[in-house]
Design a protein. Structure first.
Length: 141
């Protein structure tokens, strides 16, 4: 397994970046990385995990370690995984994002994603009401 795909390092970044939701474990990352339809873009500083099946690319998760935020890595990772997915034959990309994650929503909108649906009270929160999931989609070039 390449060093950038180390499940423990990815889980550590996910834990640091996801403070409102349950972060994914190293075991969960290992299982996803073993799936032939799932692809990693980036490294432990910033990464995206994407599943590509039947012409669709789904962003499963994206994370930038707080020590590396505000450096444009998130936008670079977004552009990179979408380009790779299109090269592999995907024509559409979709994702979901918590309604209270306005920074991620701004990134996704800037990358051409538009709102296509809402899942009510989808993301549990430790101290507040569950957040809705916003479903977003875009065509790939």
């Amino acid at each position: 397994m390449p060093p950038q795909a180390d499940p423990a390092a990815l889980a550590a970044t996910h834990t640091a970046a996801f403070t409102q939701s349950r972060p994914w474990t190293a075991q969960e990352f290992a299982e996803l990385l073993a799936d032939r339809f799932t692809h990693l873009t980036g490294d432990a500083r910033a990464f995206a995990l994407v599943r590509e099946i039947a012409g669709e690319a789904e962003l499963l998760t994206i994370a930038t370690h707080p020590d590396h935020q505000r450096q444009g890595l998130g936008r670079q990772i977004m552009q990179s995984w979408m380009k790779t997915a299109a090269e592999r034959g995907a024509t559409e990309a979709f994702l979901e994002v918590a309604q209270d994650n306005t920074a991620a929503q701004a990134l996704y909108s800037a990358c051409g994603f538009g709102l296509v649906g809402i899942r009510k009270a989808y993301y549990p929160r430790p101290t507040t009401a569950a957040a809705d999931a916003l479903l977003m989609k875009r065509r790939l070039p």
